[in-house]
Structures are given as structure tokens and as C-alpha cells.
Design a protein around this ligand. Sequence first.
Ligand code: AHR
Length: 653
Amino acid sequence: MNRNRILGATLSALLTLGAQAQAPVLTVKADAVRGTIQPTMWGIFFEDINMGADGGVYAELVKNRSFEFSTPLMGWKEVKKDGGSGSLLLVNRGQQQASNPRFLKLVAGETGAYGIANEGFKGMGIRKDKGYRFSVLARRPAGSRVTLVAELVGEKGERLGAATLTPDAPDWKQYEAEITATGTDGKARLQLWAQGGGAVDLDMISLFPKDTWKGRPGGMRADLVQLLADLKPGFLRFPGGCIVEGRELATRYQWKKTVGPVEEREMIVNRWNTEFRHRPAPDYFQTFGLGFFEYFQLSEDIGAEPLPILSCGMACQFNTGEVVPMEDLGTYIQDALDLIEFANGGPETKWGALRVQMGHPAPFNMKFLGVGNEQWGPQYVERYQAFHKVLKAKHPEIRLITTTGPSPSGELFQYLNDTLRKMDADIIDEHYYAAPDWFLQNATRYDRYDRKGPKIFAGEYAVQTAGIASPDNRNNWKSALSEAAYMTGLERNADVVHMASYAPLFAHAEGWQWTPDLIWFNSLQSYATPNYYVQQLFSTNKGTRLLSVQQNGSDLTGQDSLYASAVLDDATGELVLKVVNVSGTEKRTGLKLQGVRKPGSARITVLKSGNLSAENSFSDPGQLRPVTTAFSLNDKVQTWAPYSVSVVRIKVR
Ligand code: AHR
């Protein structure tokens, strides 16, 4: 070794020692429990926005299956081959069948084939060797010789499979056939051919993959539900969002119209159809194939508390803002009472019996109910009070969730926050869509909240990198890292914050209206964003009891760019420390576990990127993904990587 290298090595050793000497110490106070972590702490917000339900997790591949869109043949087109000819006639039964008035009368000529083709939701995702269940409600008048061929066709027109069905009755009957696909195509379509000459009436033309979540016929996309299950969520909030309220009261979400036989669920327009001029979605409707029964069932499947939100008699205040007169609010309150009966009632009750009939004899054990979404003003208080009075008298066991409007500050927020606190509300829902810096600066938001007052549900939040609901928002690392820093603040205040959920949840890559979103998908694939992995790191490491992490006697809330929180996990006997480094340089700290006599093995899971613009994508879904390695407690100095979220689990029992 030459003289210069020796000098260099000595200098670097001295510098390291110096840094070690100066490294601040993080003290995790394992001997001072601050509170209990609610099992509901980290959950999921579900709304049919961005084609999240129809065209998304609801696995139906046919768009406008019952011809009820306002343009009745939207998604469909006439097809002919081999010299075939015929005609299409839309028939409207009106009040005779108010929930599904239209059907299609198809008359085919005697030669060739004549029919209709459906384009699906931005194309149908069909996979080689997988089974697809085609079904249709049909009736064939006497004298007609029509047979039907359901055919899957790839983007370039190649046949991917077909099945023949022969309607044999003049009355409505369901016909089913299974098709095994011979190829994979993300832009496939369905063609339904009539051959043999004559008429046939058609309704509820449907195509589902067989391998839905839990293999349920007419069920949900397995890959998307798996992503939800992997979050191990504490609750599932449904069905939104603004969709609860509707643009006007007539298009509010009415849960009773979403249960019972699928063909009797009355479809309505989706309020995101027209919301954003820059993202028009004229083909966006709600079929309610995914309705309240399915939401409850999904909650149960993924181990989440069901958390329905109902209209409080106020339409979206960003739109019409119309309200129901107080004297007519009774119908809305009755809807809430009936919902509790549907979820929890016995088979002898009207709505409990419907749940049993739909296949769920046991109650869903619903414990929470939201009254209104993002309402504001005295009109909300008046309506909430009416709900409160009846619901608390009849169902004191149900915890009610109230709103403070769309922003976490300002006059509208302050008015409701003050008023609801005076009313001793159970749980207050706060929403924040804000810039990355807002999240960093507000990690201490709940430090100042009244510990004895109402509990907090951070019901919708997400970093907006460009602006609220701007189409230019990105699910990049900067957004996810800032959310992680903020979430340490939620966790540090888990005695007050009982629930939190990122929003929105899903986005179809070609059918979105709102960015950013937690999970992106197209007709065949899906991927988790860095924001998803942040949520997952917190929810799968939520623990049971709250501890504190301090530096020089203060909680770590951004000092030297570090944010931290810690919990005990009684189920595994581990201490769980979360450290978020929002700076581009490595941070070095000591680590002291106060009250832990003999720590056992430890491991660290790190989510990081040196590039704040980094994103996951269909072609590179794992660019940002957490990595777990062993963690040494013998090291005097711990290092926290630049731009990183670290979760350390240490055996303490
Ligand atoms: O998450 C998207 C929308 O944002 C929700 O529907 C609404 O509650 C909020 O304004």
C-alpha cells in the first residue's frame, strides 16, 4: 500500500468514526405503549371510477349486455357473412319490466349468417386454453328455425373459439355454453350469429371467464381481487366516492337496486361518464352486476370489515347539489335501516331473507355505516342529525361515519369539524388530495387532535404530483414516498386515527378519468404502483400496539428528512419499526430499543429508488418492489437508504 492510499484509508476511517460519533440515535420505546392499533387501521376505498367495476374487477366481458345504455346499441354492431342478411329491432317493455325494459329482436334471413358483435370494454381480454361462459336470455317464436353461434374473434378477425346454442322455446329462457379459447388476445370481441332463418329475441348477452375469483360464475377478475387480498385490508369502503351521491339525486347509488337477480338490477349512468371534459366516457354505465351483496362478500373474502357509504339525501355538491326535502328524508333513512337488516338480519326478516336467498345464510356482521360522502354546509348537519337520531336509537351497535367535505382545511371543513365534534360524532371522514410537500408538512396533523374526541377516518388521500385530479398526475416514487412519510404520522396517531384508505383504487389504462390510482390494469394484465407497495408495507405490518420512536426526546417527524413510527405485533412477538428517508442521501443513525432485554432475529424490508420519477408499468411491473433481507442489530450505526421506506421487524419475545 503506498503512502497516499494509507493516508486516504486512515482519513476515511476517521471520518466514519466521526460520523458514528455524531449519528443521532433513534430510540424505540418498547416499554411505553401509547395506544392500540385498530384492526381497521389500513383499508381499501372502492369506487366504480376509471372502469373500476364495469370493465374492471367485475369480470363481465360484454359491454351493454341488456341494451339499456342511453344509446341502446352502443358497443354493438351488425355483422353479416356468407351472404347473410337480416334486421335488428329494439323493443321496450316499459313499466312491464321497469328494471330491464329493452331487448333485441333479431330476424335473420334463410341463407348465410347474420348477427351482432360486441366490442367489450376497450376490447375483450381472452386467454389461450382458458374457458369462457357464454349466456343469453332468448326466446324463439314458433316457426323460427334460428340457431345461434357465439364466436370469440381476435383483433385481426381470427376465430378463437365458438359454441352453438339452439333456442327451443317461445318463452324467455337462459341458454349457456362454454368456449375454450385457442389463442390470447387483449382486443378480442364476441360475435353472435343467427343461422337458419327466422326471429329470435335476445337479452342479457353475457360472457365471463371461468376462472373468476374463487371460480364464482358471474364473478370478479381474479388477478385484481388477489391484489386487494394481498393488502390484507382492515376494511373495504364501498361503493365510493361521489358515485354514492350522484350528479343529481335520481342517479345516486341506491343499494336496493343492486341486489337480487342480476337481470333485475336497474342500470344507471355512471356519474364519471360526463364529469371530466378532458376524459369523456360516453359508454360508462353501472350495471350493478357488482352490487351490495358482492361487496359484502368481497369484504368477507379478503378479511376486511364492510364499510358501506349511503346517500344522505344530497347530490354531489360539485354538480347539481340538489337536496331531498327534510320531510322526504325518511326513505333514505329507511334505506339505511334496511341495509343493516340485509347485512345482519335473520332469515325471518325481509332483507335478511334476501341475503339468505342470494347465498349467504350467515350475517355479514356489518359494524360501520357512512352517511353521505363529501357533503358540506348546514344542510348536511340537518340531514345527518335525522339519520343519527333513528340509527342510534335502533342500532347503537353501528358506528356512524360522518364527512367533513372534500378538503382537510378551510371554512367548509372547519364548520363541519367543529359542529360534528360538538355533536360527539363517532368517526369523522377527512379527504386530502394534495401536493407531495403538503404530505411531508402535515405528518404531524393529528398530533394536535383531541384524544378524547371523535375518531378519524382518513377516507380518501393521494399525492397529486401535478394538481387535484389533473390528468398529468403520476404514480411515481416521489408521490409514494411522500405518502409513506405521511402515513408514519397516521400510525403515530393510531389512538385517534382508526382507519385510512388511499383513493382511487383502480384505473383501466385506456378507460381512466382520474389519476393517480393505486392499481392499473388493461383487459389482460394488472400491476401494482409504488403507492400500492407503500400501502401494503403499512397494512401488512400494522401491529397491535402503538409505540414511539424518538430522537432527542421528540417524535421523528421529518428531522433531517427522516420520518418514523413503531408498533408491537402481539401476534408474532415482534417490534416493527418504519423509517422513511425522503432525502437523496443515505442517513445514518444509532438504534436503541428501550425496554427490550434481548432482541432476537431481525429483518428489514426496503422499498426504494434513486429516481423520484420512477414508476411501475405493464412492461416493468417490478421496477419498484419491496425487498427483504436480514437486519443486524449489532451494527452501531444503521443506514437508511436515499429515498427509501424501510420496515424493520425484530423479535422481542
Ligand atoms: O376518489 C375520487 C373522488 O374524489 C371521489 O369520488 C370523491 O369522493 C373525491 O372527490
